[in-house]
Write a protein that binds this ligand. Structure first.
Ligand code: PEP
Ligand code: MG
Length: 746
């Protein structure tokens, strides 16, 4: 870069800083800035356009265009050259603006006499704030150096704008983070809550975008990058050899941390006059922008890694940790790009709701949120850039909608909704000690699903008869290493204590598929859901299963014990697992441990194959529980984790319901206790239909017990069965419309 230009742009930034330091009013200051830029860059025009709202840009200051047009000229996102820069987040540099695609003539500005146009986005960490434009009469394309200089200036403006330095109350930008925003995401866990935003990892605040002394700034950057490299090397040294995914990310970190190009670009930014922090942010902004535009998922992942790394670098430079000292509000709604299950457990039940920009329904964090019964919305696009700490937020976990800084009408409607849900909950509480007895006299036993110690208090309040499914893998998932037998035994014992004699069905470790233990060697399987998981792992690696069975037997310590094996696909798997249990029991006896007062051993029916197992299997197994989440995905060949197909097939589809009925009949014929413990058991209409086809046990989230019981108690199962049969005979694909119709009438 020529020395002259370098000093020129540095001078410009220094003049800019002096201007910003002046005590002038917002608009005057903005005008000074455009004047300064036009003067330094020797162009006739310099204008700043800022977002009035997410769809509209407004001319906020200009040197060279008609001053009357300021705050009058507006354009929509994507409209004209300015709108195009804002929409794409990319520079437009043209010698002949009127001929450029998308040009829109705005007579009020008087810009028709200017031929060349250079527009650069004003953005902060990928968030579009506005557009900075220079124009001149002579038809020329701006040089690479000029483009670069303008980008650097735009970066400084972005920082200043963020600090509210330009405009007063009510003006475009400072208003941006005050306006209501509605974000549509995906339901992770139902429920509705109101609270205030608490950012899991608040942004680093950069207060000094302009360098006093580029030499010093370059030195600070180099030192910080050195520290970063050492920390990445440490992370790599500490990583477990088996965790391919973690290693891949860390290797990418190392590659970026050692990338000469990255460092060179940031050094160039500094030599132009930016501070080290602003230089990191400028490159991060460009990477984020590319990330949102890219269709290549691999590239997006890597840009993501670069983003994380930039955050680390910023934290090193500013000394701001993940905890910036922001106080946790009384009613915190956690907002994060993503979060791990262990971190979520650290926050525990203090959270009112959780909103994630990423995440997936089957992720461990979602499992934990469900276990804690905290409303969760995932895939809430841009929530981390839109939300500020302390913002008022309403989370509708029923619809997957987040209202950020809602206006009064939304607040009123939403509070009504919360009140309605609470009222319903109250009604359910009054049913707590009543049986789920239908009008016809049939009684359905309702149990709850659990997986954490934190779930157990719900056993009392929900009215559940016991725990129909205790997912033991959560204890394995939230740790960094394999839990020890004594630890597990102590935990299971506490679970039984808390259950106070109510039945707890402990499901043995169900890992594999989406549940990958951080400390177990991951298997690169093309179809993990159909792969080496659950009982298959248990039987191939009996050490872990034995350890868990021992822990369970010791925890029972003379109390009754119920154990269930997951994902049994055929008879001999059950027999092998049961034999392992019997051997363990015998060993424990020999070792002198107190044996359980009674044992019940059962299996989960999660693969269609098991429904057609020999009669002897049904006679031998003490109970069966239908894992509807898995069973349904295999029945319809529709991945439960895949948002595109997950909801494509109705649970009340005639084929699936008839299949469930076949299982009910086989269990009735062999006198095998049967229950259903997938998510569908907690949906009242589904639960009613399951009961109508003869299912007498349902296990669900504690919060669902009330609504399910309420509906069951109002209806005659024989009548519902007649509706189902009639719909089936009529050739309907699903019995749902007929059942809903019946419910509406009764
Ligand atoms: C199921 O598959 O329905 C089930 C209850 O088990 P999980 O959701 O833990 O796979
Ligand atoms: Mg399952």
């Amino acid at each position: 870069m020529p020395e002259r230009l370098e000093t020129q742009s540095r001078k410009l930034l220094q003049r800019l800083r002096d201007t910003l330091a002046e005590d002038s009013a917002g608009q005057a200051r903005l005008d000074r800035i455009t004047h300064l830029i036009a003067d330094s860059m020797r162009t006739e025009v310099c204008s700043i356009y800022l977002f009035r709202d997410p769809e509209t840009l407004e001319l906020c200051a200009t040197e060279g265009l008609n001053p009357e047009a300021v705050h009058e000229t507006r354009m929509r996102l994507g409209e004209g050259l300015v709108g195009r820069v804002a929409k794409k987040g990319r520079i437009v540099n043209t010698a002949n603006a009127p001929q450029a695609p998308g040009f829109r003539f705005m007579p009020e500005t008087g810009e028709e006499i200017y031929s060349s146009f250079l527009g650069v986005p004003i953005q902060r960490l990928g968030e579009a704030l506005g557009v900075l434009v220079v124009q001149s009469k002579d038809a020329r394309e701006y040089s690479g150096d000029e483009v670069y200089a303008l980008e650097v200036v735009a970066m400084v403006i972005a920082e200043m704008t963020e600090l509210g330095a330009f405009l007063g109350e009510g003006a475009a930008l400072s208003a941006r983070h005050q306006q209501p925003v509605m974000i549509r995401g995906t339901v992770g866990q139902e429920g509705a809550a109101e609270g205030r935003v608490y950012l899991h990892e608040p942004r680093v605040v950069v207060t000094n975008p302009i360098a006093d002394d580029p030499e010093v700034e370059a030195g600070r950057l180099r030192d910080a990058v050195d520290t970063l490299r050492v920390s990445v090397d440490d992370m790599l040294a500490g990583a477990r050899a088996g965790d391919a995914e973690q290693l891949q990310v860390l290797e990418a970190y190392r590659m970026f941390a050692n990338s000469k190009g990255w460092l060179r670009r940031m050094e160039e930014d500094i030599s132009r006059g930016l501070s080290a922090e602003a230089a990191v942010e400028k490159e991060q902004s460009i990477a984020r922008n590319r990330m949102t535009q890219s269709n290549d998922s691999y590239l997006r992942e890597r840009l993501h890694d670069l983003d994380d790394l930039s955050n680390r670098l910023l934290r090193i430079l500013t000394g701001q940790g993940a905890d910036t000292g922001a106080e946790m509000p009384d009613d915190p709604v956690l907002v994060a790009r993503n979060i791990g299950p262990a971190e979520l457990l650290d926050y525990g039940r203090s959270l009112k709701a959780i909103v994630l920009e990423q995440g997936s329904v089957g992720s461990h964090a979602a499992i934990v949120a469900r276990a804690l019964a905290i409303p969760l919305v995932i895939h809430a696009s841009k929530i981390t850039t839109e939300a500020l700490n302390g913002d008022n937020v309403m989370v509708d976990g029923e619809q997957g909608i987040v209202h950020l800084r809602p206006d009064d009408t939304v607040v009123t409607a939403f509070r009504d909704k919360i009140a309605m849900l609470a009222k319903a909950q109250e009604r359910y509480t009054s049913l707590r000690d009543k049986p789920a007895k239908a009008k016809c006299g049939s009684v359905v036993s309702l149990h709850m699903n659990a997986g954490l110690m934190a779930d157990l208090p719900s056993l009392e309040g929900s009215g559940a008869e016991g725990v129909g499914l205790f997912r033991t893998e959560l204890q394995f998932l939230v740790r960094n290493q394999m839990p020890r037998r004594a630890e597990l035994s102590a935990l299971y014992s506490r679970v039984l204590d808390a259950a106070q004699g109510k039945r707890v069905v402990f499901r043995t470790l169900d890992i594999g598929s989406d549940k990958v233990l951080p400390y177990m060697k991951p298997n690169d399987e093309p179809n993990p859901a159909l792969g080496w998981r659950a009982i298959r792992v248990g039987l191939d690696k009996p050490g872990v299963m034995r350890m868990q069975l021992q822990a369970l037997i010791r925890a029972a310590n003379g109390r009754p014990l119920t154990v269930m094996f997951p994902f049994v696909a055929q008879y001999d798997e059950y027999r092998a697992a049961k034999a392992e249990f019997d051997r363990t029991l015998e060993r424990e006896r020999k070792l002198g441990h107190v044996l359980p007062a009674s044992v019940e051993v059962g299996a989960m029916l999660e693969t269609p194959s098991l429904a057609f197992a020999p009669n002897q299997f049904f006679e031998e197994v003490e109970f069966l529980s239908i894992g509807g989440n898995d069973l349904k995905q295999f029945f319809f060949a529709a991945d439960r984790e895949n948002e595109r197909v997950r909801r494509r097939y109705d649970t009340l589809n005639v084929s699936f319901l008839s299949f469930l009925e076949t299982i009910v009949h086989r269990c009735q014929a062999t006198n095998t206790a049967l229950s259903f413990c997938g998510e569908d058991a907690g949906r009242p209409v589904e639960a009613l239909c399951f009961a109508a086809i003869g299912m007498r046990g349902l296990s669900m989230r504690p919060a669902s017990i009330g609504p399910v019981k309420h509906l069951l108690r109002q209806h005659n199962l024989d009548d519902v069965k007649a509706v189902i049969d009639e719909a089936r005979d009529s050739g309907s694909q699903s019995v749902r419309p007929a059942v809903m119709d019946y419910l509406a009438k009764h």
